[in-house]
Design a protein around this ligand. Sequence first.
Ligand code: C6P
Length: 412
Amino acid sequence: MSDAKKTDWAARRNDFPILDQQVHGRPLIYLDNAATSQKPRAVIEALVRYYERDNANVHRGIHELSNRATTAFEAGRIRAAKFINARSADEIVFTRGTTEGVNLVAHCWGGKNLKPGDVILLTELEHHSNLVPWQMLAQRVGARLAFIPVTGDEGVLDLTGLDSLLTPQVKLLSMVHISNSMGTVNPVEELCARARKLGVTTFVDGAQSAGHLPVDVQAMGCDFYAFSGHKICGPTGIGVLWGRQELLETLPPYQGGGEMILSVGYDRTEFKHAPHRFEAGTPDISGPIGLHAAMDYLDGIGRENIWKHDQELAGHAYERLASLRNIRLFGPKTNRAGLVSFLLDDVHAHDVVTLADQAGVALRGGHHCTQPLMHKLGVESTARASFYFYNTLAEVDRFVDVIVEIQKFFAS
Ligand code: C6P
């Protein structure tokens, strides 16, 4: 029997107090996990414990509470390094989330390394967080963006023209690991290897991957990887940017302020080494503490088990939806991450989500912060169900039954 089969998923579900409630008189079925995940008791209790016993500012006090807070905060950094197999905790920069990770690299790495005429290569699948910061950077330094195309509704990258896209002008390849609107799993190891051979720096947006499958940044072969705590059962407001240490050390600070300095004079400042030079001011202290608990919790289950469970739920949802008429499905048919994206003929995605909500099913409808991709596919929006390990096959069935009811409602 596989480990995935041995996991007691019902017990794991009971770790999430929020799931035990009714919405509009129906049991809540939370299928908006790509937007944010729910929090297990272990994470909630770690936060309460910190605020009840240890709360103090970090890195500056020499009293007991400050020492405890600092130790717990830095333990979160060590845990994050282990979570993604970084070589050292010094490669872990705490951010507010994936978005800030991209902005930090665009500002610090891009500002230092890009010049007019350089090219930033992205994919057509990118979330606005991994697009807008690069547009802003390109405008600032006179660089330009290029895109690896997607095939169409399947949302798979078309790599046939990659060699011609990887021109000598390309200095950075930044790409999403798992697409939040299509469920595509990009071949990031292969793409990083091809870029690396040409001396191109690589950034991987791990917002949808870090909490769903085992991540090893060294094996991935990228230079930067970013993710958000709130999508992996951790608190909001905390995220991780990983960068190769030798690269981080070459970068200028992101923001100026307290805690990122070695010494300050009225006219000049000497900055700390990475990662502290990127963390100006009082950080989100409880964030890494809650994140630590979340990482322990997820690895207690095993991300390979979570991945198998995600795929089982999404595969079942996709198959059942594909058997319906008057539906357009997006994303790959196989090797799909734990979400399904779809449109019912002649029904706006927002209407699907509103009616599903009345039945207790939380979906997301909209452009999913991938507007250019939606335009390319000729749609404004899709409805999306995104799963996590605490969802069940029975919930997937109920979700599809609700979609069938919505179809009938609009057909009548
Ligand atoms: N996607 C979704 O519902 P932040 O907001 O910084 O935690 O994450 C941004 C982000 C970046 N990349 C990808 C691939 C993402 O999916 C997200 C967040 C949410 O799909 C909110 S739009």
